[in-house]
Design a protein around this ligand. Structure first.
Ligand code: ZN
Length: 1013
């Protein structure tokens, strides 16, 4: 495929403008896109893009305002971000706090916003029937925002909590450090998030009224002529146009100019610097960064795209391939970042190995050598054409995404590109211009480089501290002699341009296999070594497919050693495949190889034309696997770092992890991996590998634009290859060997606490996950769990986040472990310890019984309808559809018609049913309640942890079958059945002891279902 030709049949006419402006060039749209688009400009100069999609379940809208944190006043860092929070809160017409959020939740929607340096983006989605009211509410934020005075201090706390969540995250820390080392008079230097310090404490001391400044900022910067709106709905373009005119014409136009920030953030003193900084996580990264002309200014020539494609290449001849061969790097990425209207950076980000860490100067040297290959011969039209063909294919066959994400990016593109490119933006390189490309490469020289090198090794020398995040670092000028050396070095012959890409698909025809177009996946073929599920595409008409293969290998998980060696095996496999598969990735195919509890899984997806070629290649690599000493070492180091880095996850993620350790029958602890890893050798894997693959059962699912014949041939090929590969002679497993994952079944009335210290001693955040187990896969129970979560959600968010300000992360969700359903409440907080958080959740639930009972019928009905709508929501693309089916297959639930069945049950449900469910399973003292409280204590709550542990020692032993009173008596409930002590959970002090004492749910995949016999 070549460049898009000038063919008007592929273009939509945008209509002439109401206010008499001339019509623009037509909007370029993807060939496979059946939606219609129209641009209008309202009398208040607000630009609007209308998108009509009669098939959509969701409507959406996004407003992008051309102002952001670069415009923050000097004395109020974070003001633009704070304004984003306050604006999206209440309006004169709809003054109730969170009422927009509440409306959206009740109508299957959601909303969010973000603040960037030069713009602020607000967006929402809602079920397609409710666009009119949603848009009315949304518009009011821009017509008459209330900026409610009494919400000021609370929302400052919300901003502060958001910031404190970022404080221990390296991405945020390192971004700010890069900003810190630029000119103070360029806004890039600023801190954009804001905190309690910058928005309240310091302003108060200086006598600055934050809210008054907020209003001033709003008056000065918000104006309809700086706004772009994208609206997505089921209605026709004419109806959408009427709607937009009606709802948004009242946004005030005060005719502001876009504020530009010309000039580069770096002066001479900020170039040629080497910065050594200490990250939170293990691992070494090297980031080379150059200030460049933003690609936006030449987006049709696509210089950054082009250069990023080559520097980021991973096949033979590339920078990464060489660094990997030397054992110096684990990953490399390149491209433009921090792009604004007048400034941008080109960044090469390299993850170094421990050995690579000792060769920093050479790594940088090779980077400059590769850049000099680009300078000498890299501006090549054939490479540009290839890139163009791939981009063209990706643009024209792009999958539908969620309307809210779509409009949010479109509203942003509207600010940056001429109307004809509002959809394509910079996705399509169009003009080969060697001059532009050469100039762009010219900017990436040793004289202009900034090097940021992150490693814990710098702990002792990093004497400076970045003020906002406290990152320790040291910065110095790079020696002139080193710069000279980098400038003049000869190019290593191992570095060269990539070869032509043979994996770019050229056949986009659709299969016409009428018999195979059934509604649901079915078992097409099976043997004692595999089961092939198949579902041809009957919905999307796109030349794509996906192949899932789970290799159940009984020997892969019998010990922590076996499990971690299997993980290293999959990593090495990906490593060996990389040089070949990178071409596939460039060509729009993707693959994943992941370790699972009982083996490993290979997923391949993308354009079907070359998909089977790639899958066969993966099989070939599996059966020809050999353990290379040097690569084993690198992969082992990588796995070790992953394990160790586990402790730098957010505390709520630790709670989630602890929960799965407690619930999943077969699961090793990360500490066990950390213990066994150091002693494992390449020889161990050499011995282990044939055992892992000695007995295999493959569960396979093929979906999309692939015929049933092709699918059968593929699985036969897989079987033959496994049975007679050079290093593998697999047999089917014995039935007794096939162990499926099983889940701990908590007793009715149980109430457990697992309390632990946050693994990162620097993290002040604590977290609570309150898990209520309900039961295993059953239609009525499933819908009650989901309906309750949907009904309770808005109340939880409003009470615990908005009113009580417990933390930025507050949510309630369903939990589904291999068909075992439950409800979970999650809060991450710096203000309260997990025990206190739990009290808050319990207090909320206590009141909620009443709320639920008094809930008017029509409110109940609305929630039911919202859930029905969510369930009937159509899959937007092949990936959504096939991952739903694949989950049904791998969980063993096989309810392919789940949405229809559950909707039928929902239609029959009465309010009493939900109230009953709440009283039986959820509220405190409910007879069937089964509670597990996962508490992670951050650095400022260690005292509380101590007292919880002490109190835990006095309570009853975990092994006891029934819950006991403090006096040791078995409690009896109604019908004389033994139930639990109600008031206080019992402490779990040992995960394994706990699990051994519990019973288990059956595995749905155990063989009871005829398909699994
Ligand atoms: Zn925010």
């Amino acid at each position: 495929m070549g460049a898009p030709e000038d063919d008007s049949s592929k273009l939509v006419q945008s209509m002439s403008l109401k206010d008499g402006l001339p019509a623009d060039a037509p909007i370029l749209k993807p060939r496979s896109d059946g939606r219609s688009y129209r641009r209008i400009v309202l009398p208040n100069a607000l630009q609007v893009l209308l998108i009509s999609d009669p098939d959509t379940d969701k409507a959406a809208g996004s407003m992008d305002v051309h102002v952001g944190s670069f415009s923050d006043p000097e004395e109020l860092p974070g003001l633009a971000h704070f304004l984003e929070h306050m604006l999206f809160f209440s309006s004169e017409k709809y003054p109730d706090e969170d009422s927009f959020f509440k409306f959206l939740v009740e109508h299957g929607g959601q909303s969010n916003a973000y603040t960037a340096p030069e713009h602020t983006n607000f967006h929402f989605e809602v079920s397609a029937d409710h666009l009119v009211e949603a848009l009315d509410r949304f518009a009011q934020f821009f017509i008459c925002p209330l900026f409610a005075a009494d919400a000021t201090s609370r929302e400052i706390k919300a901003v502060d909590s958001e910031n404190s969540k970022n404080l221990t995250t390296d991405v945020w820390r390192m971004n700010q450090l890069a900003r810190h080392l630029t000119s103070k008079d360029h806004p890039f230097y600023k801190f954009g998030t804001g905190s309690l310090e910058t928005l309240e404490v310091i302003p108060k001391k200086k006598g600055i009224d934050t809210r008054a400044e907020l209003l001033k900022f709003y008056e000065a910067r918000y104006s309809s002529n700086l706004m772009c709106l994208a609206v997505y709905g089921r209605e026709s373009l004419d109806e959408l146009q009427k709607l937009a005119e009606e709802k948004l014409s009242a946004v005030k136009n005060s005719k502001k100019d876009i504020v530009r920030f010309p000039g580069q953030p770096c002066s001479a003193e900020h170039l040629q610097i080497l910065v050594k900084a200490v990250p939170v996580r293990e691992g070494h990264t090297l980031m080379l960064m150059w200030p460049v002309t933003p690609e936006l200014q030449n987006y049709r020539e696509a210089p950054s795209h082009y250069i990023g494609h080559l520097i980021g290449h991973e096949a033979d001849g590339s920078l990464f391939a060489l660094l990997k061969q030397l054992g110096w790097a684990n990953s490399l990425s390149a491209g433009e970042m921090e792009s604004n209207l007048d400034s941008a950076f080109f960044i090469v980000d390299i993850e170094l190995t421990d050995v690579g860490q000792e060769h920093m100067e050479e790594v940088v040297g090779f980077t400059f050598q590769y850049l000099s290959v680009l300078r000498k011969e890299g501006v090549a039209e054939w490479i540009f054409k290839e890139l163009q063909a791939v981009c063209d294919m990706k643009f024209h066959f792009q999958d539908k995404m969620t309307p809210v994400h779509y409009v949010s990016s479109l509203a942003n593109y509207m600010q940056l590109y001429p109307p004809e490119d509002w959809l394509a933006a910079s996705m399509l390189p169009r003009n080969f211009n060697s001059e532009v490309l050469s100039e762009a490469i010219q900017q990436l020289t040793p004289e202009r480089v900034r090097i940021f090198w992150h490693s814990k090794k710098f702990q002792d020398i990093a004497t400076d501290e970045e003020p906002w995040y406290g990152t320790r670092f040291t910065s110095k000028k790079i020696d002139e002699s080193l710069i000279k050396k980098w400038q003049s070095a000869d190019v290593d012959p191992r570095l060269h341009l990539p070869n032509p890409n043979l994996l770019i698909p050229t056949d986009f025809s659709l299969i016409n296999d009428a018999d195979s177009k059934v509604q649901f996946p079915f078992v097409l073929k099976k043997s004692d070594m595999y089961r092939l599920w198949y579902k041809a595409d009957s919905r999307f008409g796109t030349p794509k497919a996906c192949i899932q293969m789970h290799f159940n290998c009984p020997e892969s998980n019998y010990s922590p050693e076996a499990s971690i060696l299997t993980r290293i095996f999959t990593k090495m496999l990906v490593d060996y495949l990389n040089a070949y598969a990178y071409y596939a990735e460039v060509a729009g195919l993707s693959y994943k190889i992941l370790v699972t509890v009982h083996g490993f899984q290979v997923s391949v997806s993308g354009y079907n034309h070359k998909l089977i070629v790639l899958t066969k290649k993966i099989m070939e690599m599996i059966v020809n696997f050999e353990v290379k000493e040097d690569r084993f070492k690198v992969m082992k180091e990588m796995v070790m770092k992953d394990c160790v880095n586990f402790r730098f996850q957010q505390p709520y993620q630790q709670a989630l992890y602890n929960c799965s350790l407690l619930l999943e029958h077969r699961r090793w602890h990360v500490n066990e991996y950390i213990e066994v890893l150091p002693d494992l050798t390449a020889e161990d894997l050499r011995q282990m590998f044939p055992r892992i693959l000695s007995r295999i059962f493959v569960e396979c699912f093929v979906a999309g634009n692939i015929t049933s014949k092709e699918a059968e041939l593929l699985i036969e090929h897989v079987e033959t290859t496994l049975k007679s590969g050079p290093t593998v002679n697999a047999k089917p497993p014995f039935s007794s060997q096939l162990m499926e994952q099983r889940i701990v079944r908590l007793e009715d009335g149980s109430d457990f606490i697992y309390a632990s210290q946050g693994l990162n001693p620097q993290d002040e955040n604590s977290a609570l996950q309150l898990y209520l187990q309900v039961g295993q896969e059953e239609t009525n129970m499933n819908i009650l769990v989901e309906l309750l979560v949907l009904t309770i959600k808005e109340g939880v968010f409003h009470q615990l986040r908005t009113v009580e300000q417990l933390g930025y992360l507050v949510f309630v969700a369903t939990k589904n472990d291999f068909g075992v359903r439950g409800i979970q409440f999650l809060i991450q907080s710096t203000v309260k310890d997990p025990g206190a958080l739990e009290d808050r959740v319990e207090a909320f639930l206590e009141r909620y019984a009443d709320t639920l009972e008094k809930m008017p019928q029509e409110d109940f009905k609305r929630h039911v309808d919202a859930l029905i709508e969510m369930k009937l929501e159509k899959y937007k693309n092949l990936w959504e559809e096939s991952s739903f089916y694949w989950r049904e297959i791998s969980d063993g639930t096989l309810n392919f018609d789940r949405p229809e069945v559950e909707v039928a049950a929902l239609r029959k449900l009465e309010k009493e049913g939900l109230v009953d469910f709440f009283k039986s399973f959820v509220q405190r003292n409910a007879p069937y309640r089964r509670k597990l409280s996962l508490q992670v204590y951050g650095s400022q709550h260690l005292e509380e942890l101590r007292s919880v542990v002490e109190a835990g020692r006095d309570s009853c032993p975990v092994e006891s079958k029934y819950l006991l009173t403090k006096e040791g008596k078995v409690l009896k409930g109604k019908d004389g059945e033994e139930v639990g002590a109600k008031s206080r959970g019992r402490l779990i002090d040992n995960i394994s002891t706990f699990k051994r004492a519990q019973s288990l749910y059956s595995s749905l995949k155990g063989g009871l279902h005829p398909e699994y016999k």
